[in-house]
Design a protein around this ligand. Structure first.
Ligand SMILES: NC(=O)c1ccc[n+]([C@@H]2O[C@H](COP(=O)([O-])OP(=O)(O)OC[C@H]3O[C@@H](n4cnc5c(N)ncnc54)[C@H](O)[C@@H]3O)[C@@H](O)[C@H]2O)c1
Length: 263
């Protein structure tokens, strides 16, 4: 197949997106759905799940807290029932976690951030990999990391630590699973326009004592392209990584961030 004809993922891929009812996860779920894939999402937010599955009836959903192993077992029961197997896992779930100097960060906030952002990726990967090994459709595992997994990020230590760990997980799994023809890559979004980023900017403005507008300008001034990315940019990269055009890409941590120069 000519390489340029292969830029879209194969239709009928069976895809699981964690925390897929809102934000970047929902953009990824929608993009795969529109490309002809069969998509299952899980999320902790019942009403957001209901909204997404009502809007896009081909998508199925499970309620789950991705930090709870028993919930994840139930998600995989649903995946087996609704998709009958799995070709792509998008480990998207991640929370911002607490903002502040290390001595102000409570143990509970630290541990919850690691549980949602990192432990979930382990739980989902260990259940998905046996299914990916059965896949004949170019199986892929994609982890959503962050620019905070490429640069240090003061006052966001739990988040940055969890996102750097995801890169280690990705690179190790790529080596482990390459002989099975399973590709494993991380996408590192930068500052993504949307509700969550508004919250992050407001929290940081309060933490360092400047206005929200000033903090927004500070964020933009660190980006070479002087603009935020949007969730569809992340979804487009996920589609590409699952397409035949990316058949030889694995073990990579790929930034999509307008080139964030520092944090
Ligand atoms: N938004 C950004 O600017 C940005 C930048 C870099 C990386 N990221 C990463 O992208 C991923 C998605 O971020 P987003 O901005 O779309 O997030 P978001 O805050 O918009 O939340 C997306 C979804 O996660 C769900 N969720 C939260 N905790 C959950 C849990 N414990 N179990 C199940 N679902 C849960 C929420 O209900 C929501 O539907 C995260 O891993 C995040 O770290 C985001």
């Amino acid at each position: 197949m000519p390489i340029l004809d292969s830029l879209r993922p194969m239709p009928h891929l069976r895809v699981l997106v964690t925390a897929g009812a809102n934000g970047i996860g929902a953009a990824i779920a929608r993009a795969f759905h529109e490309a002809g894939a069969r998509v299952h999402v899980c999320d902790i937010d019942r009403s957001a799940l209901d909204r997404l599955t009502a809007e896009l009836p081909g998508i199925t959903g499970s309620m789950a807290d991705v930090a709870v192993a028993a919930d994840i077992d139930l998600v995989f029961d649903d995946v087996q029932a609704s998709l009958g197997g799995l070709d792509v896992l998008v480990n998207n779930a991640g929370i911002a976690g607490p903002t502040g100097p290390i001595e102000s960060i409570e143990g509970a906030g630290w541990e919850r951030t690691i549980a949602v952002n990192l432990n979930s990726q382990y739980y989902f990967a260990r259940r998905a990999v046996p299914m990916l090994k059965q896949s004949l459709a170019g199986p892929c595992l994609i982890s959503i990391g962050s620019v905070a997994g490429r640069l240090g990020y003061a006052y966001r230590t739990p988040y940055a630590a969890s996102k750097w760990a995801i890169v280690g997980l990705t690179k190790s799994l790529a080596i482990e699973l390459g002989p099975h023809d399973i590709r494993v890559n991380a996408i590192l979004p930068g500052t993504v326009e949307g509700e969550r980023m508004r919250g992050v900017i407001a929290a940081r403005a309060a933490a360092v004592g400047v206005s929200v507008d000033e903090m927004r300008q500070q964020y933009l001034s660190k980006i070479s392209l002087r603009r935020m990315v949007d969730a569809d940019d992340v979804a487009a990269l996920a589609l590409f990584l699952c397409s035949p055009a990316a058949r030889n890409m694995t073990g990579q941590a790929i930034s999509i961030d307008g080139n964030v120069e520092y944090l």
